[in-house]
Design a protein around this ligand. Sequence first.
Ligand SMILES: O=P(O)(O)OC[C@H]1O[C@H](O[C@H]2O[C@H](CO)[C@@H](O)[C@H](O)[C@H]2O)[C@H](O)[C@@H](O)[C@@H]1O
Length: 380
Amino acid sequence: MDLTSKHTSPVLTEPAPMNKSRLGIHPAILPYSQSGGSFPPSKYITIPRKKSGKFDDVWSNGWLDAMKSSSPPRKKLIKDFDVDFPSDDDTDVAYSSWMLKYPSALNSLEQITSYAKNKKIAVFLDYDGTLSPIVDDPDCAVMSNAMRCAVRNVAKYFPTAIISGRKREKVSELVGLTELYYAGSHGMDIVGPVGQTVLNSHPNCIGSTDQQVFGTLVKKTKDIKGAKLENHKFCAAVHYRNVDEKNWPTIAQCVHDVLKDHPRLRLTHGRKVLEIRPVIDWNKGKAVEFLLESLGLNSSEDVLPIFIGDDRTDEDAFKVLRERNQGYGILVSPMPKETNAFYSLRDPSEVMEFLRGLVRSQKKKVVGGGGEEGGKQRIG
Ligand SMILES: O=P(O)(O)OC[C@H]1O[C@H](O[C@H]2O[C@H](CO)[C@@H](O)[C@H](O)[C@H]2O)[C@H](O)[C@@H](O)[C@@H]1O
């Protein structure tokens, strides 16, 4: 993990593998300003603050509230608190009314594909919670063969990229398809499919890997039962999904202490995970813009980018699409959530159906002579 670099750019520490073309890193790196990814605590639960003094830092900076609302609330997690959890009926009503604002992408497939009629679709997919269901152990988050097949078919017709918080090599191993673009570490590390032209390479790439911050995190959290750390090379993940909730302040405080000593690092919240990354203006949204530009898909009239994701870090990409007034963000969520997305899907199985639908409609277009010269839409 390279977290302490003095370089002001997301960095590449290794040469691109021979069979991969590295797309590189966007040079426009600005001091980070907090945008997207920051949400008010869940409207469903308010957990009473425990007065301790010891963890004032993480209470006052809102980390603990964010941690408690970082994944759909489960009854078992809040049974100890005096909260009024909505009944299943209430939840259905709330979801239905939320869907008036964020309609189902599945039900809107015809509308989406007809809007895309004379446009090139580009598909951007998050991994965890989008292509694979959320599970307790990050190492067991495997993608089904059916989903793999759906993604493979999508990539036959549309330029397709996976944009993940995970280490790029890890997510590409989990997906296992060589024909895709992969952006790991929240877009800080990008490669193209086998044989694809190298589009860019940032001159400030550095060749060292700094293990110090990760080592400190490991040391500080080693006695917290259930804590799990992942080194994503350009960022790090501290999981608390399997940590007893009474120890969440402790784990938050450990991370807080490390960040205090490293002002060039910042925190973002994912689903029961604290993510530590460099203070640079780079996120999944920037990665989408970078890929669109690199692939010659920047024209807003001709290109329809679709980004599907479930997490707070995906909001940066949804926001970019909204601001460009181009394409659609699709939030994967089984419950109402504040979002910059345009459409919604309930879970990975609906994502798979949606991807299959996109392929079906493209096949029809090709057979019907809708303007495409064969399978895959031409890039650039
Ligand atoms: O951007 P993503 O591809 O969605 O990656 C975000 C994080 O996903 C993983 O953690 C999440 O999924 C795990 C497996 O289902 C789950 O156990 C964990 O609680 C979730 O936070 C991954 O392990 C992280 O490193 C990624 O940052």
